[in-house]
Design a protein around this ligand. Structure first.
Ligand code: PLP
Length: 435
């Protein structure tokens, strides 16, 4: 179904909601979407989400359900498991995770005793995820956390992580991040976990698509358990997969997820994961993932040419962090708000080794990535244009305290001109189809 047909179908019943969907469609077409965890799911993935599988209940796993009528849900779920195993090279896959956070919780619940278990993971302000033991997450409240961080060059120091792991002795050693622009050494993490007597967990939510497409090394066979969201670089529906190396781990995770934490699986979403996995197994998708990395590198280079401080001096994957305070004396949140007003959408983010008092809501930098713009067909030469838009916006954004009611731009006419240039640029690139 095309987006306008979806809107028309909704409009027959609920014009108010149809308007909101249409406005969101238009926003996603008009803006340059640089949030690295977002993408454009394909028409086939979106159609599968709307399929009759959404009407079906079925607690339990294939062949072991608590409801009748599972002829096709069983066949479908087994097929999706098989595709996940084939694409990522792991022998076992759980496909019922509702999203990334519950998938991680299921892994912790499978292997850790409440209020005794020990997790070692990256600190939030250096690129770790909330579910890696942040104090505001139950993962930080229910388990003992040993946090590691980046070195002064904003990269992971594997010798230091090994030293810390041997001292802290975690039950689970987590790698995989939400804001880390460099290649993850899964082999080193697997070895350290073994030496420390820990289970290794790679949460590859951000880079799952890159791994599937061969644009980032695979965690197989180094890492015991792999979790990831299916809606970021993998370009599927909003959900999560959990892969396991051993049968024993697989069974524990299955039990922890259901009946431990979740109820009935979202079969429409699982079917849509299957479609995304089929798409991800194609040469076109491989080319897409290499394009994502080439674009991120080009964007980082273009920003550094314009004297922006890019964390770790560039990127190996789909995202980059820019310390906007160090670059232009502009806090990340100010830049993110200003950019949105001219049609560039990204998120403010902490940057490792920035000012020590940066807060998650008031950090020194921004995070941006290229999965969405690459899905629209943009190439490295277009990244210079985006860097120019970014730079023009920073140039007209006010520094220092902003008086109430005065707006973030020093020059409103320049902002209007910039917005027009951005919309004219994005109009060249389709959104809901690709290649
Ligand atoms: C996005 C993300 C998650 C959480 O996924 P949700 O689907 O938002 O719950 C977990 N871990 C990492 C590393 C992520 O990037």
């Amino acid at each position: 179904m095309r987006p306008e047909d979806i809107v028309a179908t909704i409009r027959e019943v609920d014009p108010t909601m149809a308007d909101l969907v249409a406005k969101e469609d238009a926003r996603q077409a008009r803006c340059i979407r640089l949030i690295p965890s977002e993408n454009y799911a394909s028409p086939a993935v979106r159609a599968t989400l709307a399929s009759s599988f959404t009407n079906k209940y079925g607690e339990g796993y294939p062949g072991k359900r608590y409801y009748q009528g599972q002829e096709f849900t069983d066949e479908m779920e087994v097929l999706v498991q098989k595709r996940a195993c084939e694409l990522f090279g792991y022998p076992h896959a759980v496909v019922q995770g509702l999203s990334g956070a519950p998938a991680n919780l299921a892994v912790y619940a499978a292997f850790l005793k409440p209020f005794e278990g020990k997790i070692m993971a990256m600190r939030l302000d250096h690129g770790g995820h909330l579910t890696h033991g942040s104090p505001v997450s139950v993962t930080g409240q229910w388990f003992e956390i040993g946090a590691y961080g980046c070195n002064p060059d904003d990269v992971l120091d594997m010798d230091e992580i090994r030293r810390q792991a041997l001292e802290f002795r975690p039950d689970i050693l987590v790698c995989g991040y939400t804001a880390y622009p460099r290649t993850i050494d899964f082999e080193a993490f697997g070895k350290i976990a073994q030496e420390a007597g820990a289970i290794s967990l790679a949460d590859v939510s951000h880079i799952a698509g890159l791994i599937a497409g061969g644009a980032h090394p695979s965690p197989w066979p180094h890492i015991d358990i792999v979790t990831f969201t299916t809606h970021k670089t993998l370009r599927g529906p909003r959900a999560a997969l959990i892969l396991a190396k051993s049968e024993e781990h697989y069974q524990k995770v299955e039990k922890a997820l259901f009946p431990g934490m979740q109820g009935g699986p979202h079969f429409n979403t699982i079917a849509a994961i299957g479609v995304a996995l089929a798409e991800a197994a194609t040469p076109q998708f491989q080319a897409y993932t290499h394009g994502v990395v080439a674009n991120a590198r080009a964007l980082a280079a273009a920003l550094m040419e314009r004297d922006y401080h890019v964390s770790s001096g560039g990127t190996d994957n789909h995202l980059l962090l820019v310390d906007t305070f160090r670059s232009r004396k502009l806090p990340g949140r100010r830049v993110a708000i200003a950019l949105e007003q001219v049609g560039l959408v990204l998120n403010f983010n902490t940057v490792p080794n920035a000012r020590p008092d940066q807060k998650p809501l008031f950090p020194d930098g921004v995070r941006m990535g290229t999965p969405s713009v690459t899905s629209r067909g943009m190439k490295p030469e277009h990244m210079a244009t985006i860097a120019d838009f970014f730079d023009r916006c920073c140039a007209i954004t006010k520094r220092g305290k902003i008086e109430k009611g005065t707006g973030v731009f020093a020059d409103k006419a320049a902002a209007d001109a910039l917005r027009e240039d951005v919309f004219a640029f994005t109009a060249q690139f389709p959104t809901f189809t690709y290649e």
